[in-house]
Design a protein around this ligand. Structure first.
Ligand code: GDP
Length: 443
């Protein structure tokens, strides 16, 4: 999902990162491109306009140009604004309060209401709830049967609705049945129409008045883009919906509906449908979605984690040591500790932008967590004197270290060999100012 938008935005930010420092003009130019990318993704024009204005103001106000990496800072702001646009915090289903909790699914025909009712029942059942499916579409001949089949598949009870009962009466009867049988979550699958239709709206309003609803979830096909947003507005106006489910998200390369619907209706996206299977319903997370849109894995968490772990003063000290080739095995151990604080190597890699493309390569390197732990154990088995001067580590010391760390002599030899090679490299580089820190010499 979001592939087109991601491709476009990646291009904008690549160019932005190309500038060492950023001027106001650079930012304005990038934001014009972001706006175009959003419009092409079928984002509502007002939403795109406000979004870009918000980012520009923050980017210029926050003096990104003075920060370590101005390009990254702008991306960070875009990310924050995207999260807000997508709804901010993850919104949970309202399951507390009066039981049974009653959820009405509403939306146009073909949007995915029946399928989503089944998916939701499955999700809630997995969480230990006792859902009850209620077909309230008496017009489409096969609708009741469709839900019945889903219920059977999932092992979820389905209310025995009949086409000669009014939907509002079906719902009333279903509530009585649910209370009798102790079901704690009633999911009402309502009728849809091809277009917005007043008689449908009044039918839904009747149900709303007759039954105490905890949630009215508006279901829309994400692929319909701005149409989904317009229909959502109408449903929200008439019924005061409590949330949105966007279906067929897995096939939506543009993402216009997802990006506009919260901002236009004020109602959060609570779930997304990611396929036809009954397990293809996901809770919607604005932050993760924003990261995905930016094609960045989750680089923000990575930046934040690194910022939280790496002490600026310590980093400077280390850079100096590196320049003087004074990088001891103790420093090496410190570095391993810092990496470990950020999570497992796989977790760290997962947050790296473009990692999926890299992983697809045949001989892509795999992180080796075990090696890292082994190296750590080996250094920990050394005395302080050994850590500060590896040259004193003779064969008997090596054997002692191997025993102490539960590794083989060959492992100890390997760690010491790579460490001494690293030192040699550092010495070679010493002659080249800035080679180690990546900084250019000032002219
Ligand atoms: P309703 O008329 O609103 O009840 O819509 P249905 O539940 O019958 O769904 C219409 C079609 O969309 C069916 O073929 C579903 O399998 C399909 N569908 C629903 N949700 C998703 C989804 O998240 N992804 C995909 N690919 N198809 C979906």
């Amino acid at each position: 999902m979001f592939e087109n938008l991601t491709d476009r935005l990646e291009g904008v930010f690549r160019r932005l990162r190309g500038h060492g420092t950023l001027t106001e003009d650079n930012i304005q130019e990038a934001m014009r491109e972001v706006r175009m990318a959003l419009l092409e993704a079928d984002v509502h024009f007002k939403v795109a306009r406000d979004f870009v204005a918000g980012v520009t103001e923050k980017a210029i106000g926050r003096e990104v140009a003075k920060s370590l990496s101005p390009g990254q800072q702008v991306i960070k702001i875009v990310h924050e604004e995207l999260v807000a646009l997508l709804g901010g915090n993850t919104e949970q289903l309202r399951l507390d309060g009066r039981q049974p909790v009653t959820i009405m699914m509403a939306g146009l025909q073909g949007s995915g209401k029946t399928t989503t009712s089944g998916k939701l029942a499955a999700m809630l059942k997995n969480k230990g709830r006792r859902p009850y499916l209620v077909p309230a579409d008496i017009y489409r001949p096969a609708a009741i049967e469709q839900l019945q089949v889903l219920g059977d598949k999932l092992g979820v009870p389905v209310h025995p609705s009949t086409t000669d009962t009014r939907p509002v009466d079906i719902c009333r009867q279903a509530m009585v049945a649910a209370a009798e049988k102790n079901y704690d979550t009633v999911i009402i699958d309502t009728a849809g129409r091809l277009h917005i239709d007043e008689s449908l709206m009044s039918e839904l309003k009747d149900i709303q008045e007759a039954v105490q609803l905890s949630e009215i979830l508006f279901v829309a096909d994400a692929m319909t883009g701005q149409d989904a947003v317009t229909v959502a507005e109408k449903f929200n106006h008439d019924l005061a919906i409590t949330g949105v489910v966007l279906t067929k998200m897995e096939g939506d390369a543009r993402g216009g509906a997802a990006l506009s619907i919260k901002s236009v209706t004020g109602k959060p996206i609570k779930f997304v449908g990611m396929g036809e299977g009954l397990d293809a319903l996901e809770v919607f997370h604005p932050d993760r979605t924003a990261s995905r849109i930016l094609g960045m894995g989750d680089v923000l968490t990575l930046i934040e984690k690194a910022e939280a772990v790496v002490d600026k003063k310590e980093a400077d000290k280390l850079a100096k040591k590196l320049q003087k080739s004074e990088f001891s095995l103790e420093d090496f151990l410190d570095q391993i500790q810092q990496i470990k604080k950020m999570g497992s190597l796989e977790q760290i890699l997962d947050m790296v932008p473009g990692i999926n493309k890299l992983r697809q390569l045949k001989d892509a390197p795999r992180p080796n967590e075990k090696e890292l732990f082994k190296t750590e154990a080996i250094i920990r088995s050394m005395t302080i004197a050994e850590r500060r001067n590896y040259k004193i580590i003779n064969t008997s010391r090596r054997e002692r270290i191997a025993r102490g760390s539960g590794t083989a002599l060959a492992d100890v030899n390997r760690v010491l060999k790579s460490y001494s090679e690293m030192l040699k490299m550092m010495k070679k580089m010493r002659g080249k100012p800035g080679a180690l820190t990546g900084m250019k010499r000032r002219k």
